[in-house]
Write a protein that binds this ligand. Structure first.
Ligand code: ADP
Length: 449
C-alpha cells in the first residue's frame, strides 16, 4: 500500500478521498488554490500545499504545478477525483512517467473512451449495443443528411469531444439540419476546441441507467450493479438512485455483463462507469464510459457496501480485487440529491457567497458528503456543488420518504440552493411513482425552463 497520496482536486471529492485515505492508514496531501485557502477540509489532510491562483488553469488544471506539489510532498500516487484533470489521458500518462501512480484507469483506455465515436466502435467490438449513429468521427453536411434520412428524425447532434451534458443539439427536421450542424460545430469548437460532431438517433424519453465497474491490474473485472440518473435538467444530473429498480433483474444482469465485456475489451482497470440509455421497451444502448469516480458513486456504496474510493486506491497499489461477482449484492434502495449553490428561480445561475447558517440532517440511513461549514464562503471560481445528501432504506418508497424528511431538515443559509427544487421533486406524484425520464424536468416540472 502507498505511504502517501496527493489529492489533485478540491471540495467534496477532495474530502471524500481524504476520508478514504485516513481509514486506510495512508497519509494524504491536499492541494489548494488561493480561492480555497480557507477551506475547512484542508485541515483534515496531513499536509496542504498551495498550487496557485484561483483560476482553475493556474491551479487544479495546471499539470506542472500538481506534479511539483507531488514531488515536494514525496507522494507515491495521485488521486484526480472527478472533473478537472480526472479524464485527461495526458495527465495520467505524465503522472506515471514521473513515477507517481495515477489512481485511475490506464491512460490508453482513457484516451480511447474520451472520444465518443471510438468508444462506440469498441462497444461494437464487445457486442454491446449503442445508439444508432454516424460512427467514424466527424460528419459532413451531406453525410449527416443521408444518415438522418436513413434513421429518421429527430436526430441528436453531438460533439465528438463533448462532456458534462454540453455540446448536444436535437434536430427535428431536414430543413433545420444544416443550420443545427453549423451551430453545433461552432459550440463544439468554443467549448472543446474540436469542431467535430456526429449524429445519433434521438431516443424518445429515455431513462439514463449506468453500471459501476471495478477492475484490478491483473485483469479481473466486476460490476457493482446499476444506478438510475434519469432526473436531469439540461443533461445535468439532479437526482441519482441505486438500483434502477423498475428494470427486470434479467435486464439489469445483461447491463452489468455488457459493461464488464466493454471494460475487458479496452483492458480497463480501476473504477469506471458505463452509461446507457434505456427506452420504453427496456432496450438499452451504450452512450459513453466515464473513466473516473463519479459524483453519484455513494448510492452504489450504500446498496453494495463496497467503498469505491478505497477500492480505487487498493487497485492502484496493485492489490487484487478480492471481490467475486456473485458476492456483489445490491441491498435496498439509495438516493442521492445534488445540492448546488444555484438560484433555481433565476435559471440556476451560480449563487456563491458566505454560508451563514447550516443544519445538517441525520438519523437512520442518512449520509451527508460535503465540504461546507457555517462561515465557509463558496468561491465563484468552480462548480456549484456544495453537498450531496444521500439516503438508504429497504425499499424505494421508504428511501423517498426518508429523503423528503432529510430535505426538510437540511438548512443552508446565506446562498441560494437547489434544496427547494428537490423538496418539490420528492413531493411530486410522477417522481414518487417512478414515472420519470431524462426529459421530465424540462417537459413536466419546469416547462418554462
Ligand atoms: P455527456 O458526456 O455530455 O454527459 P452523454 O452522451 O453522457 O453526454 O449524454 C448525456 C445525456 O444526454 C443523457 O443522459 C441523455 O439524457 C441525453 N442523451 C444523450 N444521447 C442521447 C440520445 N441519443 N437520445 C436521447 N437523449 C440522449
Amino acid at each position: 500500500m502507498f505511504q502517501r497520496i496527493l489529492v489533485a482536486n478540491r471540495g467534496e471529492i477532495a474530502l471524500r478521498v481524504i476520508r478514504a485515505c485516513k481509514e486506510l492508514g495512508v497519509e494524504v496531501v491536499a492541494v489548494y488554490s488561493q480561492a480555497d485557502r480557507d477551506a475547512p477540509y484542508l485541515a483534515l489532510a496531513d499536509r496542504a500545499i498551495c498550487i496557485g491562483k484561483s483560476a482553475s488553469t493556474d491551479s487544479y488544471l495546471n499539470i506542472p504545478r500538481l506534479i511539483a506539489a507531488a514531488e515536494v510532498a514525496d507522494v507515491q500516487a495521485i488521486h484526480p477525483g472527478y472533473g478537472f484533470l480526472s479524464e485527461n489521458p495526458q495527465f495520467a500518462e505524465i503522472c506515471r512517467s514521473c513515477n507517481f501512480e495515477f489512481i485511475g484507469p490506464p491512460h490508453e483506455a482513457i484516451r480511447k473512451m474520451g472520444l465518443k465515436t471510438e468508444a462506440k466502435r469498441i462497444a461494437a467490438e464487445a457486442k454491446v449495443p449503442s445508439v444508432p449513429g454516424s460512427d467514424g468521427g466527424a460528419v459532413s453536411d451531406a453525410d449527416a443528411l443521408r444518415f438522418a434520412r436513413a434513421i429518421g428524425f429527430p436526430v441528436l447532434i453531438k460533439a465528438a469531444a463533448g462532456g458534462g451534458g454540453k455540446g448536444m443539439r436535437v434536430c427535428r427536421d431536414e430543413a433545420s439540419l444544416a443550420g443545427a450542424l453549423q451551430t453545433a460545430r461552432n459550440e463544439a469548437e468554443a467549448a472543446f476546441k474540436n469542431p467535430s460532431v456526429y449524429l445519433e438517433k434521438y431516443i424518445d424519453r429515455p431513462r439514463h441507467v449506468e453500471v459501476q465497474i471495478l477492475g484490478d491490474v491483473h485483469g479481473d473485472v466486476i460490476h457493482c450493479w446499476d444506478r438510475d440518473c434519469s432526473l436531469q435538467r439540461r443533461h445535468q444530473k439532479l437526482v441519482e438512485e441505486a438500483p434502477a429498480s423498475y428494470l427486470p433483474i434479467e435486464v439489469r444482469a445483461k447491463l452489468g455483463e455488457a459493461a464488464v465485456r466493454l471494460a475487458r475489451t479496452v483492458g480497463y482497470y480501476n473504477a469506471g462507469t458505463c452509461e446507457f440509455l434505456v427506452d420504453a421497451d427496456n432496450n438499452f444502448y451504450f452512450i459513453e464510459v466515464n473513466a473516473r469516480i463519479q459524483v453519484e458513486h455513494p448510492v452504489t456504496e450504500m446498496v453494495t457496501g463496497i467503498d469505491l474510493v478505497k477500492q480505487q486506491i487498493r487497485i492502484a497499489a496493485g492489490e487484487p480485487l478480492g471481490i467475486r461477482q456473485e458476492d456483489v449484492v445490491s441491498n435496498g434502495h439509495s438516493i442521492e440529491v445534488r445540492i448546488n449553490s444555484e438560484d433555481p428561480d433565476h435559471d440556476f445561475r451560480p449563487s456563491p457567497g458566505k454560508i451563514t447558517g447550516l443544519r445538517i440532517p441525520g438519523g437512520p440511513g442518512v449520509r451527508w458528503d460535503s465540504h461546507i461549514q457555517a462561515g465557509y464562503s463558496v468561491p465563484p471560481n468552480y462548480d456549484s456543488l456544495v453537498g450531496k445528501l444521500i439516503v438508504h432504506a429497504p425499499t424505494r418508497p421508504e428511501a423517498v420518504a426518508r429523503m423528503r424528511r432529510a430535505l426538510d431538515e437540511l438548512v443552508i443559509d446565506g446562498v441560494k440552493t437547489t434544496i427547494p427544487l428537490h423538496r418539490t421533486i420528492f413531493r411530486n406524484k410522477d417522481f414518487i411513482e417512478g414515472n420519470v425520464d431524462t426529459t421530465w424536468v424540462e417537459r413536466v416540472l419546469m416547462p418554462q425552463g
